[in-house]
Design a protein around this ligand. Sequence first.
Ligand code: ADE
Length: 206
Amino acid sequence: MKRAADKGLLTVNLIDLRQFGLGPHKQVDDYQYGGGAGMVMMCEPLDNCILQLKVLKTYDQVIYLTPDGNTFDQKMANRLSLGTNLLMICGHYKGIDQRVRDMHVTMEISIGDFVLSGGELAAAVVVDAIGRLIPGVLNDETSALTDSFQDDLLAPPVYTRPADYKGYKVPEVLLSGHDARIDQWRFEESLATTRKKRPDLLDRHS
Ligand code: ADE
C-alpha cells in the first residue's frame, strides 16, 4: 500500500468522526432504543460527515463494514478496484443507527463470520485487496491475474531456486522451458488444489 500511495495511485483519507460529534463532549454514540447492552453510533454526526464528504467528491459506493454484510470476496475486490472514490464507514460498539444505512449506504461488506471490535481492520483488509489490483501498484502487473480466486480456483504451487533442496525437487515440467506444458500443469495443479482444499469453489460452476 505504501508503494501505491508513493506512486499517487491510491490515497486513503481518514476522517475522525469526533469532529462531527454533538455538544461540548463531541458525542458520537448513545444508548439504544428498546434497551440492551452496547452503544449505537448516532445518526447526526455520521449524516453530517457523509454529507460534507459528498459535497467534495462523488463516491462510487458508500460502504458500511459490518458482520451482517455480504461476505467480501475477490469478485467484489475486482469490481471495487474499477471505481474512483469509495467512502467506508467503520462502525463501533453495536454498530450505526439503521437510518444512516437506509439514507446513505450502498454496499454492506463483512470480511468473515466473526465480530471485530470496529470496522477499521475490515476496511484496511478491503483497501489492501482493492489497492493491489490497481494497475501499476504491483511490480509485475500481471501477477494479480494469477492470484488465487481470480478464476474461482486456488493458485498452483510455486517454486524458486534451488531445483533440488534436501532431496525435495521442483517438478520437472517447470524446468522444461515449455510454456504450453507449464500452463497446462499449473491449471491442473490449480484444479487439484481447489478440489482438495475448497471444493465449494468448483461447485459454483456446476
Ligand atoms: N465490523 C465488525 N466485525 C466485522 C466484520 N467481520 N466484517 C466487517 N466489519 C466488521
